[in-house]
Design a protein around this ligand. Structure first.
Ligand code: SF4
Length: 401
């Protein structure tokens, strides 16, 4: 499929919307009540610090809802207002936050189910309205919905679209897109649907494996087995690694994306020499500002004297997980929760350690003086952060005023 031509024609269709419906003021009050927090506003104004009794809470300088997420949620709310009687669907979670998705369910927005790894669009009919989430949808899904005569409301974050443009450029010049991301993540699935040849690498270790293969060759079968779900159909490491373009899932660890880009640049330089580098390697900066700011703020926070860290965000939220990783790398006990409901009853917390299932820790708040660092992922409303802070204070039996 000529994905670029398809996108262009879709954008000209009167059934395609990507800018909301001019109803911002109508939904503003609702969004404010449901997601914003006065307490967080006060803490921000107080140098991101709140002290009550023995507990000091230190908030990261940047955290929570990013611009792209706020925009997507607002457009989804506007959609409900614009189409009060139509059936509305969303192809996936609007963002990785259970509370926000639940609110949409309450507003009678249906979520397309995934059955045995496949999206089931059988209930979607002509005339239905279908929202595409902030991290986008695959080009095949867009085509199916367009062919079925649906109204498409596309809330894909422009930062994600920027990555799609990058892989389109790789494809045009017959480069293989090396995508730093999680091959199963919805955003990466969408990105690779626009790519020609591609290979998804999860981290620097996988990237190094590929770089070594480029320089020294290796076991082709082992390579293909290792990346069996993470490459384009018919990908052949012996032929498809001679021209590379770098792309990324926007929420990966920024430092790692940069290292991977540099690694492949060095690799192509070493293999083909400086005169050929421009014809062999292409990279654009596609790490989104919000991801960068939240990670930078976390890197500053972990340099402080913090006793423990609470990271709030969906368990399937990639950017939240990376914030957690930073705390762990700095040796700070860290608890990843997806809502304040995970705290209690009593001094217990249900949380998700990195790369492990959810577990319960008893007596997680120690006695005595305590400095708690708090941050949240780009899909977490301030309300969740406020509720978490309130619970921590309650645990220390300190009333918030
Ligand atoms: S994290 Fe970045 S790419 Fe993702 S929605 Fe927010 S602004 Fe957009």
């Amino acid at each position: 499929m000529d994905t670029k031509a398809f996108k262009r024609s879709l954008q000209q269709s009167e059934n395609y919307h990507r800018r909301g419906f001019g109803r911002e003021e109508e939904v503003e009050g609702m969004l404010k009540t449901e997601y914003q927090s006065n307490l967080i506003g006060e803490i921000r104004a107080n140098n991101n610090t709140l002290r009550r009794g023995d507990v000091t809470v230190r908030l990261a300088e940047a955290f929570g809802f990013c611009w792209g997420v706020e925009r997507a949620v607002a457009i989804a709310y506007e959609t409900r207002t614009q189409f009060p009687n139509e059936r509305i669907w969303i192809t996936n979670e609007i963002i990785h936050n259970p509370g926000v998705n639940q609110r949409l369910r309450e507003m009678n927005v249906g979520f397309i189910e995934t059955i045995e790894g496949q999206k089931d669009f059988s209930s979607v009919q002509s005339g239905d309205v279908v929202i595409l989430p902030a991290f986008g949808a695959t080009v095949q899904e867009m085509q199916l919905l367009n062919d079925r005569g649906c109204t498409i409301v596309d809330t894909t974050c422009p930062w994600v679209s920027k990555v799609w443009n990058s892989v389109e450029k790789h494809k045009k010049r017959d480069y293989t897109s090396i995508v730093h991301g999680k091959y199963k993540h919805e955003e990466t699935l969408a990105t690779t649907s626009f790519a020609g040849k591609y290979l998804v690498v999860l981290n620097l270790t996988e990237a190094q494996y590929v770089a070594d293969y480029i320089l020294n060759g290796g076991d082709r079968s082992e390579f293909l087995a290792k990346f069996q779900n993470a490459c384009s159909e018919g990908f052949d490491p012996d032929f498809d690694l001679d021209r590379l373009g770098i792309a990324n899932q926007t929420t990966m660890l920024k430092s790692e994306t940069e290292q991977i880009g540099k690694l492949f640049e060095r690799t192509m330089l070493q293999k083909y020499g400086p005169t050929e580098l421009n014809d062999r390697f292409m990279a654009f900066n596609t790490i989104c500002d919000a991801t960068q700011e939240r990670q930078d703020a976390m890197l500053e926070l972990v340099e402080e004297d913090i006793d423990l860290m609470v990271v709030i965000g969906g368990f399937n939220s990639s950017n939240t997980t990376h914030l957690q990783e930073i705390a762990i790398e700095h040796g700070i006990p860290s608890y990843h929760i997806d809502s304040a409901d995970r705290i209690g009853p009593g001094n217990r917390i249900e949380h998700k350690p990195l790369e492990r299932d959810i577990e319960v820790t008893e007596n997680w708040i120690p006695e005595g003086k305590l400095v708690v660092g708090v941050t949240s992922g780009a899909s977490t409303p301030d309300k969740s952060v406020e509720e978490t802070i309130e619970k921590i204070f309650q645990l220390k039996a300190v009333a918030l005023v």
